[in-house]
Ligand binder design. Structure first.
Ligand code: GLU
Length: 436
């Protein structure tokens, strides 16, 4: 972060310890300068509205007590309640959570949701906890942040290291403390307790929808074909809630997925992987390692293969100055939040790669979270077909808005996406005015 930035926003250095946060602010400032944003609005958006840091003590299975650190950051709530996932990861920090909350603000605004941006997390290695320890951690964390969440305040969801079961525990804890069922406090819940059909697949599906739109957009500009077929080679980094669905969906459309990697290992087959079979293998063995119909490669090598589409769907900061010169893909679909650093993104765009930025590419998750919240508030549930149809429509409109801004300003896709998000927020912030 520049001195200028610290100067403008007293206390900004409290937030700026992580690369992710600094990247988010840098991207915001780039968008601000292209769109000539009022510096007062830029200054307000450069820091979160509020953050809560909590200690989360739990009793481990061996009877000992361990204290974890947890956070919930609400970046901006101009457009509605805060919205964003809860991350369980050993590298979670206050600053990283703040950066992710900022990205949620821009994401929700860009796709037109009446929601603000928030994020939560616990600094923990989730693979080292038993199911009972996960439950204790989620419940105690919920109780500690209870006063700032709620269906009309701030609505958590799953993120890296958490899933529908964590949301069920969160919903139950929040409801127990109030005395009645409050499903609207979280999204990404199991269907049985008010979850939405299609929510679990929505982020991965959105990654594929935007990739299809990117191919059409590039074909219109005379850059390649819009068709998805066996000449469309794809590498997917991450095989969790986002990457697995993205791989399955793009494979179902006829693309050739040649490589998939997760944290433990990667697999490669130049003739294309049978993704449904890989998925079954992964569900059975909890790893890709040892999958028979492929060559074993290092997970990071998935990022530098000569493919048309690269989908980094694991975690932030995987494409950096260190490896960007080896990245060969023509389209980079950011399924994860922040997989390309700002400077790596510049290098990629300068050499002609087309980046579908995270706030657009992975917005499918929060869009269907919004549908889930709406369905819960109305106690009226939609079919999966309806959910997917509405998701496709929202994503298509957002994609069109972003490429239109890109063409108008001749800027990068991330900048264009942030301009779309910030423009709506700017108008809303002006209309609401500054209190007092
Ligand atoms: N964690 C997801 C994201 O980063 C989903 C958030 C939500 O549904 O609220 O977009």
């Amino acid at each position: 972060m520049s001195n200028h930035q610290n100067h403008e926003v007293p206390g900004a250095d409290v937030w700026s310890a992580s690369d992710l946060y600094r990247n988010a602010v840098q991207q915001l400032h780039e968008a601000a300068s292209v769109m000539k944003l009022d510096p007062n609005v830029a200054a307000r958006l450069s820091v979160p509205k509020r953050a809560l840091v909590v200690s989360v003590p739990i009793r481990l299975d061996d009877g000992s007590i361990k204290v974890f650190e947890g956070y919930r950051v609400q970046h901006n709530m101009t457009l509605g309640p805060g919205k964003g996932g809860i991350r369980f990861h050993p590298e979670v920090t206050l600053s990283e959570t703040a950066g992710l909350a900022m990205l949620m603000t821009f994401k929700c605004s860009l796709v037109g949701l009446p929601l603000g941006g928030a994020k939560g997390g616990i600094r923990v290695n989730p693979s080292q906890l038993s199911r009972q320890e996960h439950q204790s951690l989620m419940r105690r964390y919920t109780s500690e942040i209870n006063m700032i969440i709620g269906p009309d305040k701030d609505i958590p969801a799953p993120d890296v290291g958490t899933d529908a079961q964590h949301m069920a525990w969160m919903m139950d804890t929040f409801s127990q403390e109030r005395g009645f069922a409050i499903p609207g406090v979280v999204t990404g819940k199991p269907i049985e307790i008010g979850g939405s059909l299609g929510r679990a697949e929505s982020t991965g599906r959105g990654v594929v929808y935007t990739t299809v739109h990117a191919k059409k957009y590039l074909a219109d500009k005379g850059r390649g074909s819009a068709r998805i077929d066996s000449s469309t080679t794809v590498a997917v980094h991450g095989f969790g809630k986002v990457g697995a669905i993205a791989a399955l969906e793009i494979h179902a459309l006829g693309a050739k997925v040649v490589a998939i990697g997760d944290y433990a290992g990667g697999i490669y087959n130049k003739n294309g992987l049978n993704v449904p079979e890989v998925h079954r293998y992964f569900q059975k063995n909890r790893t890709l390692v040892g999958y028979p119909e492929a060559e074993a490669i290092k997970p990071e090598d998935v990022l530098t293969l000569d493919v048309e589409v690269l989908m980094p769907c694991a975690i932030d900061g995987v494409i950096t100055d260190k490896n960007v010169n080896q990245v060969k893909a023509k389209i980079i679909s950011e399924g994860a939040n922040g997989p390309c650093t700002t400077s790596a993104m510049k290098v990629l765009e300068e050499r002609g790669a087309f980046i579908i930025p995270d706030v657009l590419c992975n917005a499918g998750g929060v869009i269907v979270s919004y549908f889930e919240w709406v369905q819960g508030l109305q106690n009226f549930f939609w079919s999966e077909k309806e959910v997917n149809g509405k998701l496709a429509e929202v994503m298509e409109n957002a994609f069109k808005k972003v490429v239109q801004i890109r063409d108008q300003h001749d800027c990068g896709m991330k900048t264009a996406a942030l301009i779309a998000g910030v423009d709506r927020l700017d108008k809303a912030m002006r209309l609401r005015g500054l209190f007092p």
